[in-house]
Ligand binder design. Structure first.
Ligand SMILES: O=C(O)CCC(=O)C(=O)O
Ligand SMILES: [Fe+2]
Length: 199
């Protein structure tokens, strides 16, 4: 049902390169289903302005990130549940191949309004390295270069700009690369999550 039912190549790429991009991981109708689910919840006011930091240090900083998020539940249906199952399989396969000790997945929808961005950061809270693998799935309908909103990964020797095109899946080692979301000219929708080990 998803491209990469066999996750071997993906795990190999993560192990050697520490990042992977899979264009059109989702089919158009799968993107549409998740998109519709996210946008109806967004319209119903269920998203919260995304915060930075954790615990008593957690706060909304509109100068650092300007998106709104909604965490997924355990009892999702449809494509959301299929994707959660796919991630659970990936987590187990990664544990077997690379002994990563991943124990859980967290996943949220994110909406960046026009003008939204997320400044350069690393995906872990101070003093924690529970998030091992970052997973991002783009739920936009179409994306033109002039709309901006690229994910910029700071690789060891260069930067890599990834356009948030419909159904594209991105994975990378959370602590390995600083990254940012460049200002978007268009509402930008994604499903973002982390495969975690015990904190
Ligand atoms: O949406 C993206 O491309 C990246 C989002 C991100 O870096 C994050 O939520 O930590
Ligand atoms: Fe991030």
């Amino acid at each position: 049902m998803f491209k990469f039912k066999d996750q071997t190549d993906l795990i190999e790429a993560l192990a050697t390169q520490a990042w992977v991009v899979i264009p059109e991981f989702l089919k158009a109708e799968q993107v549409l289903q998740l998109r519709t689910q996210a946008l109806s919840q967004y319209a119903a006011g269920r998203f919260k302005p995304a915060a930075v930091g954790q615990g008593s240090r957690q706060a909304v900083h509109a100068d650092i990130r300007r998106d709104a998020v909604l965490w997924l539940e355990d009892h999702e249906t449809g494509v959301a549940s299929e994707f959660l199952n796919w991630l659970a399989d990936l987590r187990l396969a990664l544990n077997q191949a690379l002994f990563l000790g991943l124990v859980e997945t967290e996943l949220h929808f994110a909406v960046y309004p026009s003008g939204g961005f997320y400044r350069k950061h690393i995906d872990n809270f101070r003093g924690s390295s529970a998030r091992l693998i970052t997973v991002i799935l783009y739920l936009n309908q179409a994306w033109q270069p002039q709309e901006g909103g690229e994910l910029r990964l700071y690789l060891d020797d260069r930067t890599l700009d990834i356009a948030p095109e419909p159904g594209k899946l991105v994975l990378f080692l959370s602590e390995r690369f600083e990254h940012e979301v460049l200002p978007t000219q268009q509402e930008r929708l994604s499903l973002t999550g982390w495969l975690r080990r015990r904190s």
